[in-house]
Design a protein around this ligand. Sequence first.
Ligand SMILES: NC(=O)c1ccc[n+]([C@@H]2O[C@H](COP(=O)([O-])OP(=O)(O)OC[C@H]3O[C@@H](n4cnc5c(N)ncnc54)[C@H](O)[C@@H]3O)[C@@H](O)[C@H]2O)c1
Length: 244
Amino acid sequence: MGTLDGKVAIITGAARGQGAEEARLFAGAGAHVVITDVLDEPGERTAGSIDGAEYLRLDVTSEEGWERVVADVVARHGRLDVLVNNAGIYSGGQLVNVRTEEWDRVIAVNQTGVFLGMRTAARAMIAAGNGGSIVNISSIAGMMGIFGGTAYGATKWAVRGMTKVAAKELGRHGIRVNSIHPGYIETDMLSEAGLDDQERLARTVPLRRMGTVTDIASMALFLAGETAAYCTGQEFVVDGGVWG
Ligand SMILES: NC(=O)c1ccc[n+]([C@@H]2O[C@H](COP(=O)([O-])OP(=O)(O)OC[C@H]3O[C@@H](n4cnc5c(N)ncnc54)[C@H](O)[C@@H]3O)[C@@H](O)[C@H]2O)c1
């Protein structure tokens, strides 16, 4: 018996990185996993390597895209139990240098994407009446100020805040909503952000290592399933001890 037997989960931005590992762990726990992303070829490949997974294209900034994907999943699988809002982009830049177009781009993906995902999934979950679990991937940048992370930090604090409001509103429907706050995790995002010197970075972490995608996916699996039945509206920091 897996902890997600018979459940249907959508994970955004799951072609690679943390989302792909969440798809692997969720499918291993018995869920049918819908991997979504804007990277079609890696997305198809990741889904093809996991028993019980499929790939659908979804740009999280698209309201129409969300409506289409959630309706399709519910029509074909009869239910939607779990949503992981994992898709995200990083953007560096100190306050005085942030261009408005860049600000808008980061807000659209990291903040509006999570809002649209929660809204669309919650409507489907309420209609089905089976409860559900929504897991939002924030960051330690949503727990503290990160130098040079104006736009990114704004979105990750927003995700933390929206999580708490949604948990209050959706609790009576048996829908739990929590946020995960990863520290420095070895993925393409970190190298694309220019944080290549991982040995130096790891020395700033109390546990003296970078985080792995499995560190985060294990927490997502816990929050998705009934082991976390009494957890909602909370932030779960997984950062090797950096914050606090
Ligand atoms: N890597 C880290 O150190 C770290 C730390 C804290 C939080 N996070 C957060 O973890 C989450 C996952 O990131 P990751 O580390 O796996 O990086 P990643 O870059 O490997 O994964 C992000 C995924 O999101 C997808 N994506 C981007 N824009 C999208 C859009 N508009 N619609 C759909 N998908 C889109 C990308 O194609 C990619 O597959 C992100 O929300 C990120 O902000 C990462």
